[in-house]
Structures are given as structure tokens and as C-alpha cells.
Design a protein around this ligand. Structure first.
Ligand code: PFF
Length: 453
């Protein structure tokens, strides 16, 4: 497909660059902050198994599909859907899919930025030595005091949004590739060191047991939905983030192999985070279901107790913030790319507007941890509502539609040509997963949640 319109698109310098950027998008707060706390809230092992199965059977095929759609059109998600719908001669309503992604991205970023703000504030706390020799109660006190202050949360949320927009304004090529290249290996090493500390807590086996021994009686239909939603969230699927990155991917590069690599790295980081955190939870008599504060109430105990913990604490939160940044830019890139390519806005203006709206929305999350903690809709505060709406509903619905589009609407000859799999059998496996397994799985989980099944 050729570019006839003005395109702000560049291309990644190589397949490796795409892998780095997409891994940067995938690995973030979802792995280190969210995976442990939702695993804790949903009873451990059985939840983890459902999540892993979802990554394998739903996540990876949809990642392949999303990358493929983006690369075929080389445009932002809104235009990608418009273009490919026309190419396939399909119903115009498919256009809305691109829209939903743009909105989901801004919704997610609004609370993502608040949590990334917490991580940023913890760099300063680590630096100041606040965790030194502190026990579980003291560390929890630090956290509770912190989130009780709207002013502090707004300050850090604003700073993080500003950093995100400053990177996005420069375009995805400048700086992003290099940042991720150094970040991923360092993050891995730190996680392994933390696992090393977890082994010394005396509750290592209990932690592993919680994480990997399934007790299916703890699984409710809502936790299955959360596990499935998280597979989408953690792999950045269902809203066009990977589609946008795919649109920068040069032709002639194997999409399937890269999807496996990205999903593998993402899963490894999440599991390492779980293995590091739960032993600390049990060793300090903390509660696995402590909610969004879990890593902020556990890991500082490790940093305060271990040799070299001061430096490790600083490094850990710095890396967490960078990991969050490489994800946040992919959350806002779909809307920015759309404003620039379709609405003829300059990149600066597009960033200012989308950034402002997202920042404002983020205030709802800020207040749900303090002054508005009692404001509930459907039994959820604003943060929980946004999280549920995006991760549990919008991303799976988006993913479902992407699967149906790639499996049923797009012409076989086009997907075959675009994927260029090494053999017919691998294409066939993907085709079955994307046409039947992934959409039906999402569909049945939804039916189950609304009580039809
Ligand atoms: N995958 C990111 C994480 O796990 O932190 C979050 C995310 C990024 C979700 C981009 C969705 C997205 F499009």
C-alpha cells in the first residue's frame, strides 16, 4: 500500500528496533505493579494459570494480527481501520474500532500516569533513605500518608505527563530505541537480584506456592475476566498501540517471531515480579490482597533491609518509571498520530491537547485515593472504574473485533502475504486461533460474567 497523503510516519531502523519499542510498550506498570496486586486479589495460582493461557491462546495471535494490520496500512489506528475496511469491501462500522482504541489509550494513560507518579515519588523517598531499616508497618505508613495527599499526587502525575508528552513530541524514533535497549537488560538484572533477596526472607516457598499452586475454587467469573483483561493490558493489545508501532515496521520482517519474543519477555518480567514480591508479603505478615499499593508496601522493606538496598531502591524506581514511560508513550501515540495525520494538527498541538485532556482525567484517579475515596459508581471508585472499563471491557472488546477482522473480514490472501509465515502450517495455526479460539474465548468469558453461562 502506498502513501499518497502526508505521512508523519518514519520507520523503525530494524526488526530489533521494533522489538525493543514494542517490548517497551508491553513491559511496564502492568507487569511490576498490576500483575502482583491483581494476582494477590484473585487468589494466586489459578489466576496466574488463566492469565498464562490467555497470553498464549489469545494474546499472541492478536498481537500478530494487530501488528499485521498496522503494517499493512502504515497509518494510525483510525485510518488503518478505514483503509483496510475499504480494501476488504467491508461494512463502514469497522471504522469505529480505531476510535475506541484512541479513547481507551487516553483513559488508561490518565490513571497510568498517576501510578507512574507514585513510582517517581518513590525515587526521591529511596534517595532520602526513608526505607532504611523500616518494618512493614512503617513502610505502609509512608505509603498511606503519601496517597492521602492530593497535592503530592497531582505534582507527580503532572511531572510524569509532562515527561511523556515531551518524548512524544519528538516522535517515536528519537531516543526511544536507545532508552529501551539499556532499560530491558538492567530491569531484568534488578528483578533477579530482588528474587535473590526474596529467597532470604524465609517465606520463599510460601510465595512460590501462592503464585504457582492453583486452587481453582478461588476463581470467580470476574477473576477470569480480570486475568483475560490483563493479558490484553500487559501485552498492550486491543487498542491500537501495537498497531501504531506495527505501522512503523518495515516490510519483509517476520511478525510472528517478534510477537513470541515480546510476549515471552513480558511474561518473564511479570513472573519475576511476582516471585520477588510474594515472599516479602508473607514474611512481613502483609496481606496479598492489599490492592494497588502492594509493591509500594513490600519492595521498600527489601530495600531497607538488604545490603546495598539504598542504591537498589533508587535504581529500581528509576527503572520502573522508565518502563512506565516507554509504555505511556504508546498509550498516547494513537491519538497523537491520528490528530497529526488526519486532522492536520502540528505534532506540538496534538501533544498539548491530548496531554491536557488526559491529565485532567487523571485528577479523578488522584482524588479516588483521598478526597473522593467514597465516591463510587457501581461499587467502584473512579480509579477502579477506569481500570475495569478499559482493561476488562474496552481492550477485550477491541481485541475481539481485531480478531474477527483479521480472521474473517480481511482477505486470506492479504493476511497470508503480510504475515509471510515460514510454512503453511504455522499460518494455519494462527488462522484457527484468530478466527475461532481467540474470539470465542473472549465471548464466552463475557457471557459467563453477565451470568448467561
Ligand atoms: N502494557 C503496558 C503495561 O503492562 O504496563 C500498559 C499498556 C500500554 C496497555 C499500552 C495498553 C497499551 F496500549
Amino acid at each position: 500500500m502506498t502513501d499518497t497523503k502526508k505521512s508523519v510516519h518514519g520507520a523503525w531502523s530494524s526488526r530489533f528496533a521494533f522489538i525493543l519499542a514494542a517490548t517497551g510498550s508491553a513491559v511496564g506498570l502492568g507487569n511490576i505493579w498490576k500483575f502482583p496486586y491483581i494476582t494477590g486479589e484473585n487468589g494466586g495460582g489459578a489466576f496466574v494459570i488463566v492469565y498464562l493461557v490467555c497470553v498464549l491462546l489469545i494474546g499472541i495471535p492478536i498481537m500478530i494480527a494487530e501488528t499485521m494490520l498496522g503494517r499493512r496500512s502504515q497509518r494510525n489506528p483510525v485510518e488503518t481501520m478505514a483503509l483496510l475496511t475499504d480494501e476488504a469491501g467491508a461494512d463502514k462500522n469497522w471504522h469505529y474500532l480505531g476510535w475506541m482504541g484512541v479513547i481507551a489509550g487516553m483513559f488508561i494513560l490518565s490513571y497510568y500516569s498517576v501510578i507512574a507518579g507514585w513510582a517517581s515519588a518513590y525515587i526521591v523517598k529511596a534517595f532520602a533513605g526513608s526505607f532504611f531499616d523500616a518494618d512493614g508497618t512503617a513502610i505502609k505508613g509512608i505509603f498511606d500518608d503519601f496517597v492521602a495527599s492530593p497535592v503530592q499526587l497531582i505534582f507527580w502525575h503532572s511531572l510524569f505527563m509532562l515527561a511523556t508528552m515531551l518524548i512524544v513530541v519528538r516522535g517515536v524514533h528519537n531516543g526511544l530505541e536507545k532508552a529501551v535497549q539499556f532499560l530491558m537488560p538492567s530491569l531484568f538484572v534488578l528483578m533477579i537480584l530482588l528474587v535473590g533477596y526474596a529467597m532470604t526472607t524465609g517465606s520463599y516457598n510460601q510465595g512460590l506456592h501462592f503464585l504457582f499452586m492453583p486452587d481453582f475454587s478461588k476463581l470467580t467469573s470476574d477473576s477470569v475476566l480480570t486475568a483475560m483483561g490483563h493479558a490484553f493490558f500487559t501485552l498492550s493489545l486491543g487498542m491500537g498501540a501495537i498497531m501504531v508501532y506495527g505501522s512503523y515496521l518495515p516490510k519483509g520482517i517476520s511478525i510472528a517471531k517478534t510477537a513470541f519474543l515480546i510476549a515471552g519477555a513480558d511474561t518473564a518480567v511479570a513472573l519475576l515480579a511476582g516471585i520477588a514480591i510474594f515472599p516479602i508479603v508473607f514474611a512481613n505478615n502483609l496481606h496479598p490482597a492489599s490492592g494497588p499499593g502492594l509493591i509500594f508496601q513490600t519492595l521498600p522493606i527489601a530495600f531497607g533491609a538488604m545490603a546495598g538496598g539504598w542504591l537498589m531502591g533508587i535504581l529500581f524506581f528509576v527503572m520502573l518509571v522508565i518502563a512506565a514511560l516507554t509504555s505511556s508513550i504508546s498509550l498516547i501515540e494513537p491519538v497523537v498520530a491520528w490528530l497529526v495525520e488526519s486532522k492536520d494538527l502540528s505534532r506540538e498541538k496534538a501533544c498539548i491537547w491530548s496531554g491536557l485532556v488526559t491529565w485532567l482525567l487523571g485528577l479523578g484517579t488522584v482524588f479516588s485515593f483521598n478526597v473522593w475515596s467514597n465516591v463510587k459508581f457501581f461499587d467502584r471508585n473512579i480509579f477502579q472504574l477506569l481500570d475495569y472499563l478499559t482493561a476488562n471491557l474496552m481492550l477485550p472488546i477491541g481485541g475481539f473485533c481485531i480478531a474477527v477482522f483479521a480472521g474473517w473480514i480481511m482477505k486470506r490472501q492479504h493476511s497470508e502475504q503480510e504475515l509471510d509465515m515460514p510454512n503453511a502450517a504455522s499460518y494455519q495455526v494462527w488462522k484457527i486461533l484468530i478466527s475461532y479460539v481467540a474470539p470465542l474465548a473472549v465471548f464466552f468469558v463475557f457471557l459467563h460474567v453477565i451470568g448467561v453461562l
